[in-house]
Write a protein that binds this ligand. Structure first.
Ligand SMILES: NC(=O)c1ccc[n+]([C@@H]2O[C@H](COP(=O)([O-])OP(=O)(O)OC[C@H]3O[C@@H](n4cnc5c(N)ncnc54)[C@H](O)[C@@H]3O)[C@@H](O)[C@H]2O)c1
Length: 252
């Protein structure tokens, strides 16, 4: 029960890594609110967890739009009180050619994958500062350090998430608010499955380099996130925890 008495807010909690974080956080005793653009999936997941006796609340939001996040934030605070732990998980992928990509595509992508991380912080930090306590985990990616051809917006966005994490750690540490990043490697989620299905060589190439001969289960990322949110990680601040089964140790 590492997160007893905490209000954990997870963005993009209806599927994939976010859903696993929601589950692990409720199992650790937290009240968990989550948002998603997929409203039917969010409602169904909240109903499923509620029927199992967990304290959970879903509100729709598009993290790419500040007004949408603000409405969701007001609703979750009304339900469970101020957010004490924030997980910025919602994200989309972007494969693009630097010549072909349009400004709109760039802006839409960065609104979701990077600007939202600032916007959620903007909403939850006032209460965390007053409480002199808080924890934020931002889901980045190993793409912040190494990447694939055509992934340039994604690699740039996730590098930005780590930069933002470092600064929040420096700026908010004085208020006893810790901010860390988690950088997953290949993790079996709908997002990854979509990419693996695009071309057979995506799957064969990805499997060929896995030191543990497998990809991560979403629960294996979630466990690290809830640890970083908890007081067990009380002096971990500004870190980027790589959870990739050893993939980034590989040379060439
Ligand atoms: N799966 C991987 O291998 C992997 C690896 C490294 C990093 N990541 C990162 O982990 C995070 C979660 O990825 P995933 O694989 O679970 O993705 P996913 O697509 O399987 O699930 C993402 C969830 O976020 C929601 N979402 C998407 N856009 C949203 C928006 N604008 N507002 C609110 N909700 C939104 C989706 O509806 C979905 O429920 C992302 O930030 C991703 O970049 C994933």
């Amino acid at each position: 029960m590492k997160l007893h008495n905490e209000h954990v807010f997870v963005t993009g909690g209806a599927a994939g890594i976010g859903a696993a974080i929601v589950l692990d956080a409720v199992q650790q005793g937290a009240k968990v609110s989550f948002c998603d653009i997929n409203v039917p999936a969010g409602k169904a997941y909240a109903a499923e967890l509620t029927s199992q006796g967990f304290t959970v609340f879903f509100h729709q939001a598009d993290v790419g739009e500040f007004e949408s996040l603000k409405v969701a934030h007001e609703a979750i605070v009304k339900e469970f009180g101020p957010v004490t732990c924030l997980v910025n998980n919602a994200g989309i992928s972007s494969n693009a050619d630097p010549v072909e990509m349009t400004d709109d595509e760039w802006n839409n992508f960065f609104n979701v994958d990077l600007k939202s991380v600032w916007h959620t912080a903007k909403l939850v930090l006032p209460a965390m500062r007053s409480a002199k306590k808080g924890a934020i985990v931002n889901i980045a990616s190993i793409h912040a350090r190494m990447t694939h051809p055509k992934f340039f917006p994604y690699a740039a966005g996730k590098s930005g998430v780590i930069g933002l994490t470092r600064n929040l750690a420096l700026d908010e540490g004085i208020h006893q608010i810790r901010t860390n990043a988690v950088s997953p490697g290949y993790t079996l989620t709908p997002l990854l499955e979509e990419w693996l299905a695009q071309r057979p060589e995506n799957r064969t190439g990805a499997m060929a380099v896995q030191p543990m001969d497998r990809m991560a289960k979403t629960s294996e990322i979630a466990k690290v996130v809830t640890f970083l949110l908890s007081d067990d990680a009380s002096f971990v601040n500004g870190a980027d925890w790589i959870v990739d089964g050893g993939l980034s140790c590989r040379f060439a």
